[in-house]
Design a protein around this ligand. Sequence first.
Ligand SMILES: [Zn+2]
Length: 44
Amino acid sequence: MVSETTEDGATMYECEECGMLFEAREEARTHEENCDGEGPSYIQ
Ligand SMILES: [Zn+2]
């Protein structure tokens, strides 16, 4: 999943799998599709 967050007043998009931040939603979505999902919140 990609979640929206605010950093210093700017909207950022975060990959919930690894926590990486992107300025563009499409960038985050593209990353998320290829993300290994080995972040600490990935429990399944
Ligand atoms: Zn990721």
